[in-house]
Design a protein around this ligand. Structure first.
Ligand code: HEC
Ligand code: HEC
Length: 291
């Protein structure tokens, strides 16, 4: 918060405490019990008795408490308070405590190879919870993905399915580079290649256009997607011969990918999750896909 705003907060806070105190002290009646305020209705009068002493002193005490609180804890603008407490520090401390407590629980599975961990139900329950908190926002709670976020429950692995490949995906993340082709291919070129991609995926396609498209595919696309279109995990180039699509399989959607290119990005978790947790997640994610 800016210094001016901080000053404003300090003045407003202390000022209102001061006004409360003055109101309380200056209006205090000490002795005239039995007097009335002069209000009368239907013969009923209102006494003007002093405030009960316990109430008066209780209120003053709460103001003193508030001052003490504002000195000890952060509350007055940018002033940090004598205790040095912040919610961020508290969170870090609680996380450290949780790590100390749960660390060994995760660590005990480290000795079990990823391939065998899928058969340990307790580890998979942990994997599911880790997935729910770290991965589900993008991949969905069941891992089934959505447009631009891969379905992890199918048999296509853009970046490879081996333990090492998945480990690399989770630790370092992945950055896909599918170039845009609108400057290389004209509208007909894009149409023809689209037609060839449709044919590759095993669907009905215009044979003439697909044949022209195939020549262009071999020239421009095969380097990444392979001559057979089956993809290349090293580059994250997806298999185009099945009917599994990250960005949709209609002609319009394929055309759009070809025109604009795509750069899907999977964030790396090396700095957010320790290797014990990644180990469990690796097994969990691989267990989602058909074996
Ligand atoms: C430099 C390597 C490279 C080249 C060259 C390349 N691609 Fe790609 N392509 C990729 C990568 C990587 C992806 C995945 C993009 C992502 O995940 O965001 C991709 C994605 C796609 C998709 C989307 C698949 C889906 O599941 O939605 C299609 C379709 C496609 N490419 C077709 C082509 C065609 C046709 C060409 C040639 C005109 C081509 N690509 C050239 C690397 C390449
Ligand atoms: C910010 C969104 C986001 C989060 C969070 C995220 N992912 Fe991803 N993930 C992606 C995207 C996008 C891709 C595809 C990248 C590409 O286009 O190549 C991906 C790809 C993957 C792949 C590769 C799939 C394949 O076919 O090879 C795996 C495995 C994966 N994610 C697992 C996870 C796990 C496990 C977590 C949690 C620790 C996670 N992801 C968290 C967005 C995310």
């Amino acid at each position: 918060m800016s210094n001016a705003f901080s000053l404003f907060v300090i003045i407003a806070t202390l000022g209102s405490l001061l006004v409360f105190t003055l109101l309380l002290v200056l209006n205090r009646k000490v002795s005239n019990p039995g007097q009335t305020t002069g209000h009368e209705y239907d013969g009923i009068e209102e006494y003007d008795n002093p405030l009960p002493a316990w109430w008066f002193w209780g209120f003053l005490l709460s103001i003193v408490f508030a001052l003490g609180y504002l000195i000890y804890y952060p509350g007055l603008g940018n002033f940090e308070g004598l205790s040095g407490w912040t919610s961020a520090k508290q969170l870090a401390q609680q996380q450290a405590e949780a790590d100390e407590r749960f660390g060994p629980v995760f660590a005990q599975y480290r000795a079990i190879p990823v391939e065998e961990l899928a058969d340990v139900p307790a580890a998979m329950r942990m994997g599911q919870r880790l997935f729910a908190s770290s991965c589900a926002p993008c991949h969905g709670s069941a891992g089934s993905g959505t447009f631009g976020f891969p379905n992890l429950t199918d048999h296509e692995w853009q970046w490879g399915q081996s333990v090492d490949q998945v480990q690399a995906t989770l630790l370092n993340g992945r950055m896909a580079t599918m170039p845009a082709w609108s400057t290389v291919l004209d509208a007909y070129g894009i149409r023809d290649v689209t037609e060839y991609v449709v044919q590759l995926s095993g669907r009905e396609a215009d044979a003439g256009q697909a044949a022209t498209g195939q020549t262009q595919f071999n020239q421009f696309c095969a380097a990444c997607h392979g001559m057979d279109g089956k993809g290349q995990p090293l580059l994250g180039a997806p298999d185009l011969t099945n009917d599994i699509w990250l960005y949709g399989g209609s002609r319009e959607q394929i055309t759009d990918v070809l025109r604009k290119g795509r750069n899907g990005r999977m964030p790396g978790f090396a700095d957010r999750l320790d290797e014990d947790r990644i180990h469990i997640l690796n097994a969990y994610v691989r267990s989602l896909a058909p074996q």
